[in-house]
Ligand binder design. Structure first.
Ligand code: SF4
Length: 206
C-alpha cells in the first residue's frame, strides 16, 4: 500500500510528502481566488478561465474542441460554457473561413474588459513568488516544469505547450542544456516556455 502524504507521520519522515501537501494547499488557494473573482462578475470559474484564455491565444486555439482539451473537460461542458458567455454578450462566434462546420470564438469588447479585470486573480500568489531570490525562483520553476511534464506524460493533464514536449526542443545540444531548433538558440532555464505560441507537439508525447 502507498504511504499517504496526508498522514502527518509520513510527512515527518521526509520532505516529498510535505511538498505534495503544500502543492495541494496552493491549488486550493487558486480555486478559492478564482471562485471569488468569478462570483464578483456573476460568472462561473470555467467561464472566467475561458475568457482569459481567449485573450491570449491565436484563433486556431479558440475553438470548442481545443478549449475542451485545454481545460480537460468534455466538449458538451465547454459548449454550455460558450453558450452562457454568448448569452451574456462576452463572446461571439465567427465561422472559420473554408470550414462551414467550424467556429472561432472571439471576445467582445465587454468580454475583453472582464478578462482584463479577472486575470489579476492570482496576485496574492504572485507576490510571494516574486519576492523569492532569483536562484530560488529559477529552481522552483524547473522543479514545477518537471512535475507538469510528468503529469502530461502520465495522461493526467492534456495539452502542454511547454519546451519539454516540443518537436524543436533539444537537451545538451551545442553545449547548451536547453536548445530551441526553431529559434536557433540556446535557452536559459528561465527562458523555457510553458505556453509557447510556436510549440509543435512531439509525436512520441501523445
Ligand atoms: S518552439 Fe517554443 S516550445 Fe518549442 S522549443 Fe522553441 S521555445 Fe520551446
Amino acid at each position: 500500500m502507498h504511504k499517504s502524504p496526508f498522514n502527518p507521520d509520513i510527512q515527518h519522515e521526509n520532505t516529498g510528502p510535505k511538498v505534495v501537501v503544500a502543492l495541494e494547499r496552493i491549488s486550493e488557494a487558486f480555486r478559492v481566488l478564482l471562485w471569488n473573482e468569478s462570483k464578483t462578475h456573476g460568472l462561473s470559474p470555467i467561464q472566467v478561465q475561458v475568457l482569459i484564455f481567449l485573450k491570449y491565444h491565436s484563433p486556431d486555439k479558440c475553438k470548442v474542441s481545443f478549449l475542451a482539451d485545454e481545460f480537460n473537460m468534455t466538449k458538451a461542458t465547454i459548449s454550455d460554457t460558450v453558450k452562457a458567455l454568448m448569452n451574456k454578450k462576452l463572446i461571439e462566434k465567427d465561422q472559420e473561413p473554408g470550414d462551414a462546420r467550424s467556429f472561432i470564438i472571439n471576445l467582445t469588447p465587454n468580454g475583453a474588459s472582464i478578462a482584463e479585470q479577472t486575470e489579476q486573480f492570482t496576485r496574492e500568489i504572485l507576490e510571494p513568488v516574486e519576492n523569492l531570490p532569483a536562484e530560488t525562483k529559477e529552481q522552483l520553476f524547473l522543479s514545477l516544469t518537471n512535475i507538469i511534464h510528468h503529469l502530461n506524460r502520465a495522461g493526467i493533464i492534456t495539452i502542454q505547450r511547454m519546451c519539454q514536449t516540443c518537436l524543436y526542443y533539444r537537451t545538451n545540444h551545442q553545449g547548451a542544456a536547453h536548445y530551441c531548433e526553431l529559434l536557433g538558440k540556446k535557452l536559459e532555464s528561465t527562458e523555457l516556455r510553458l505556453d509557447c505560441p510556436e510549440h509543435e507537439l512531439l509525436s512520441t508525447e501523445n
